[in-house]
Write a protein that binds this ligand. Sequence first.
Ligand SMILES: Cc1cc2nc3c(=O)[nH]c(=O)nc-3n(C[C@H](O)[C@H](O)[C@H](O)COP(=O)(O)O)c2cc1C
Length: 243
Amino acid sequence: MGSRRETGVPISDIAFTPAVKAVQERKGSRKGYAKMEAKGGWNDIVTDDLAAFIKERDSFYIGTANAEGQPYIQHRGGKPGFLKVLDETTLAFADFKGNRQYITAGNLAENDKAYIFLMDYANRRRIKIWGRARVVEDDPDLMARLVDADYAAVPEQAIVFTLEAWDVNCPQHIPRRYTEAQIADRVGGLESRIAELEAERDGLRDRLSHQNRAHRDLARPSDPKESTGRERPECNGTHGGAG
Ligand SMILES: Cc1cc2nc3c(=O)[nH]c(=O)nc-3n(C[C@H](O)[C@H](O)[C@H](O)COP(=O)(O)O)c2cc1C
């Protein structure tokens, strides 16, 4: 069986089922989406932009469903780029040891339809990917390509995802959130600016106290007996003003 694109079926039909299209029709958006489909519609391969987006992600959500269609979604996290692009239709990641419920693995054993949802909260971008996934155990060569040596987790198995369609959503209603690393990046810049300003402040403070000392020395009468003890140096001498 060829891909949707090869058989002329819109790629978005993976999500735009007759039931979905009926709602679009009723709510007035079907015409617009039909135009999108006619223009080529969604993508079914990993473009350079998508690969770059995936490489930056440190987490995503994976959706699966059991044989009865009961959906399930789970978070997967790791080092940025832990979801690897193996080729233009294949993504894969090392599945870490966890609570040993194995819901994702069990669901995939009876229903390989899967979904990956990637969020970039800082830039308010989201990407949805539909496809099929399988669990691969005992494949050291594959695991070697997937495991990030400097990430503290015990890889248990690989999950290999064959991409069938993907789409981007608009940024609406995505609250901006920053990762610890992104915050450290921004705060680092502010910290060095604060350090610069503090150094400048300390320099100015030194200069000021040096000048005040010099003024005081100038204003101090040579014969202490003539001094009232109440002089304000800045009111003396050439200033002669209100101080
Ligand atoms: C010790 C340990 C305990 C965990 N407990 C939970 C938990 O109670 N609930 C949960 O959703 N994830 C928990 N996790 C994370 C999941 O095990 C992990 O996300 C795993 O991939 C879940 O896979 P699954 O949802 O496909 O079964 C735990 C992880 C570890 C290491």
